[in-house]
Design a protein around this ligand. Structure first.
Ligand code: CMP
Length: 141
């Protein structure tokens, strides 16, 4: 089924000038970008996005990293977009990511891991609404 997922190109990948190469992987896999913007997240915005992790020991480092530079937040649309995006990204920890995945090729560490993608339909809905209003999403058919 056609789905939408929230994708973030994280500060490490933006700093490496890898935005275009990462977008090409999504497009070459048949995912369509139906919304996108560059943002420098505030601490409050990053904390709210990752609220489910607020009691985890890595939360302060995660928020610090995600506010360290600009990110691209975007909505990808396509057949099974949530799992398709996760397959393209590879495992959260780049040491465990399969060869040829975005994290295997661009990530440095579990924090600086290049990209984020929604992990379920429920989180996709919440995460998309966290960054985009309905009129900022452009269906492309
Ligand atoms: P992301 O998919 O953006 O969701 C939460 C992020 O927390 C994750 O990617 C990692 O970058 C980061 N993180 C740091 N340590 C851990 C950990 N031990 N388990 C899961 N995520 C972690």
């Amino acid at each position: 089924a056609t789905e939408r997922t929230l994708s973030i190109i994280k500060p490490d990948a933006v700093a490496k000038n890898a935005i275009g190469e990462i977008e090409s992987r999504f497009e070459n896999a048949g995912l369509k970008i139906v919304a996108a913007k560059m943002l420098h997240l505030s601490q409050e915005k990053a904390e709210g996005f990752y609220a489910e992790h607020k009691d985890r020991p890595f939360f302060p480092d995660l928020v610090g990293f995600m506010t360290s530079g600009p990110v691209i937040v975007q909505v990808l649309e396509g057949d099974n977009a949530i799992s398709a995006n996760r397959d393209l990204m590879g495992a959260t920890n780049p040491k465990e990511a399969d060869p040829g995945t975005i994290r295997a090729d661009y990530a440095q560490s579990i924090d600086a891991n290049a990209v984020h993608g929604s992990d379920s339909p429920e989180s996709a809905e919440r995460e998309i609404a966290y960054f985009f209003s309905d009129d900022e999403i452009c269906p492309r058919g």
